[in-house]
Ligand binder design. Structure first.
Ligand code: SF4
Length: 199
């Protein structure tokens, strides 16, 4: 029987050689994701940006550094969670991924979710939030961030603002996007602790 590591290697190979959508022609590197394969907590963003495309890693560059600070603010570490994106290759000029690109790439994300079997998925930004929650709500992320949505599979999805949005909105006062994200992260941390205790 094949171990999980072999399956991840195969997935990495499939993604790096994938030509299912036109993003393959402009990517430097595909970005499958990274972190713990045995976690209950998964973060899913929109897609790789320029730094991610250059390095083949998710959530790096300025937005990634802010993301690390957000994790640290609730004593979470990259090594204990799993990070990935809706699409695995960079959309040119960081445009929003097209519907067909999202659909073509969904098989890889579904495989990752099946392998990790998370209890909580944090949908980072509007694209990820729409992807998981379009059947639950048509509201944008500013209206639903921090709320818990239960998927049929039992997974809890919680949307938060994307760090690149927070870079453009850097105020810290009560009610600001950064302040709200910190509150959302405290909630996620608490839920994650509860899940760990139940395992
Ligand atoms: S974005 Fe996804 S579907 Fe498109 S080429 Fe990359 S891996 Fe394949």
């Amino acid at each position: 029987m094949r171990g999980n590591e072999d399956i991840w290697e195969e997935l990495e190979h499939q993604v790096s050689s994938c030509k299912r959508c036109k993003l393959c022609y402009t990517r430097k590197n595909s970005v499958l994701g990274e972190g713990s394969f045995n976690t209950t907590l998964m973060f899913v963003g929109e897609g790789p940006g320029e730094d991610e495309d250059n390095l083949g890693r998710p959530f790096v560059g300025k937005a990634g550094q802010l993301f690390d600070k957000i994790l640290q603010s609730v004593e979470l570490d990259r090594a204990e969670i799993f990070l990935t994106n809706i699409v695995k290759c960079r959309p040119p000029r960081n445009r929003i991924p097209e519907e067909a690109e999202i659909e073509n790439c969904a098989e890889f994300l579904n495989a990752q979710i099946a392998l990790i079997n998370p209890k909580i998925i944090v949908a980072v930004g509007n694209v990820a939030s729409n992807y998981f929650l379009s059947e639950h709500t048509k509201l944008t992320i500013s209206k639903i961030r921090g709320e818990s949505f239960y998927l049929e599979s039992g997974i809890i999805v919680i949307p938060i603002f994307h760090p690149s949005y927070l870079l453009r909105n850097s105020a810290l006062e009560e009610g600001s996007p950064k302040y709200l994200t910190w509150k959302d992260m405290l909630k996620i941390r608490e839920l994650y602790n509860d899940m760990k205790e139940k395992i």
